[in-house]
Design a binder for this molecule. Structure first.
Ligand SMILES: Cc1cc2nc3c(=O)[nH]c(=O)nc-3n(C[C@H](O)[C@H](O)[C@H](O)COP(=O)(O)OP(=O)(O)OC[C@H]3O[C@@H](n4cnc5c(N)ncnc54)[C@H](O)[C@@H]3O)c2cc1C
Length: 244
């Protein structure tokens, strides 16, 4: 059996791991357009329930993930000068790049063939495969090419967000709210490795438009948000990585 996964993100890599570990004789290939260390975003968070499912599905990757994550139980909501703490939630956070490194390494261990800097233009290019896994992300080109057959039902929500990092340390899953003349900005932030936290800021379309910011101008957004959340950042800077 020949299996081809289009996309070397968490979806494509983990599919390859599960298929190859169940069908060791299968030839499994993953095609990723970028280099191995090139990704977007900062930390990712998994709930304890998700971790439990990963343990059942592949104990080896689970053990590797466990060795790298930061774990916490509390959610802190900072609003109007007060902090509400809700406890007993059970989450872990770690770097998205670390997750990809762990999955790539497990693929190699299982003899999955990884092809980087390899763009798949269409499923026809992989016609010799018995199974093709389209794991090419939220804006999947394969889903678009085959939309007459897949007939996807997409519901795009109007809010805007930017995925940033910061060196501020946090000991809980943290929510901040910032308000200015443009409107309300919501932050959710969490630690994912020593000295680094994810800092995601979301707002409505109207707030974004009133702010005068522009999509893809990450530098201007960082300057704006560092000023708005100056007190919460407590002297720390925000860090960008193509997170719009
Ligand atoms: C701000 C933000 C925060 C998030 N936080 C979390 C979190 O805390 N926890 C969590 O579990 N999830 C989180 N997610 C969601 C998570 O990022 C996605 O669920 C996950 O990345 C989906 O994995 P994927 O492999 O399906 O797609 P992707 O990660 O998008 O990977 C798709 C890959 O396919 C490649 N590709 C695309 N087209 C082609 C092609 N034609 N040929 C070759 N390669 C191609 C791309 O380069 C990419 O590497 C977050 C997402 C965002 C935006």
């Amino acid at each position: 059996m020949k299996v081809s996964c289009i996309g070397g993100g968490p979806g494509g890599l983990y599919s390859a791991i599960l298929i190859k570990s169940r069908f060791p004789d299968a030839e499994v290939d993953v095609y990723e357009r970028h280099e191995p260390g090139e990704t977007f975003g900062f930390g990712v968070v998994f709930s304890d329930a998700t971790l439990g499912k990963l343990e059942t599905a592949d104990a080896e990757t689970y053990a590797d993930i466990r060795a790298h994550f930061a774990h916490w139980d509390d959610i802190d909501i900072h609003y109007a000068g007060r902090v509400w703490t809700s406890t007993g939630h059970g989450f872990c956070g770690f770097s998205r790049q670390t997750l990809l490194d762990i999955l790539q390494s497990r693929c190699r261990e299982l003899a999955v063939n990884l092809h980087f800097e390899h763009e798949v233009e269409s499923v026809e290019a992989l016609a010799e495969s018995d199974l093709i896994v389209a794991a090419d992300g939220i804006n999947s080109g394969i889903r678009k090419q085959l939309e007459d057959r897949f007939r996807p039902d997409l519901d795009h929500r109007p809010n805007y967000f930017i995925w940033l990092g910061t060196t501020k340390t946090l000991d809980a899953f943290t929510f901040y709210f910032g308000e200015d003349d443009a409107g309300l900005w919501r932050v959710h932030a969490y630690q994912y490795e020593q000295d680094h936290a994810t800092f995601i800021v979301e707002c409505t379309k109207q707030t974004f438009e009133r702010s005068g910011l522009a999509i893809h101008d990450e530098g201007a957004a960082i300057a704006y948000l560092e000023t708005l959340f100056e007190r919460e950042l407590d002297g720390h800077r925000l860090i960008g990585n193509n997170g719009f």
